[in-house]
Design a binder for this molecule. Structure first.
Ligand code: SF4
Length: 165
């Protein structure tokens, strides 16, 4: 489950009127059955990460989740953010970084692929991005991926991983 803001007005701006309340209702229902969903949220404000995390956790606790699990994601210049930020430029590529410059096992793409009706993509972030489709089937998509997309630089600079909270 994803939230695009810790206030209804922020989330609903991206997802539509009433969607924040519906999301919290759904989360509360899961908690009633002692399920502990991981909520992902994007760091789309200038708030310090710790302060933002506390705001989300307070909202989730108030919604009825006694032990909320939150994963705060950096803002990627993809989708609607391309219009607002101008997206990535070729200079953002990691393709030229020397081997050993960072630990690729920490990247989401090291241990996952995104399977869609349009084929298999290197990671969920780059679904439908040019060059990120690795094949029709999962067995065609298990090889290495050159980290040449600008979004890879956001993973690199923010330490974004697929580890769960
Ligand atoms: S954006 Fe690049 S570095 Fe990040 S998970 Fe996807 S392929 Fe890997």
């Amino acid at each position: 489950m994803s939230l695009d803001g810790w206030r209804a007005e922020d989330h609903d701006r991206f997802r539509g009127a009433g969607s924040f309340a519906r999301a919290l209702t759904g989360l509360a229902r899961l908690a009633e059955y002692e399920l502990l969903p991981i909520v992902t949220a994007t760091q789309n404000t200038d708030d310090e990460a710790d302060a933002l995390r506390e705001r989300y956790l307070a909202v989730l606790r108030a919604a009825g989740l006694p032990r909320p699990r939150l994963k705060l994601l950096p803002m990627f210049r993809l989708g609607r953010e391309v219009e607002r930020t101008g997206g990535y430029s070729p200079a953002d590529s990691l393709a030229d970084l020397p081997p050993g410059a960072f630990d690729p096992t920490r990247l989401q793409c090291h241990s996952c692929r995104a399977v869609t009706s349009r084929g298999v993509f290197v990671c969920p972030l780059l679904v439908d991005e040019e060059g990120a489709r690795m094949g029709e089937r999962i067995d065609q998509a298990l090889g290495p991926f050159e980290l040449s997309h600008g979004a890879c630089s956001t993973c690199y600079t923010t330490g974004m991983t697929c580890g769960n909270a």
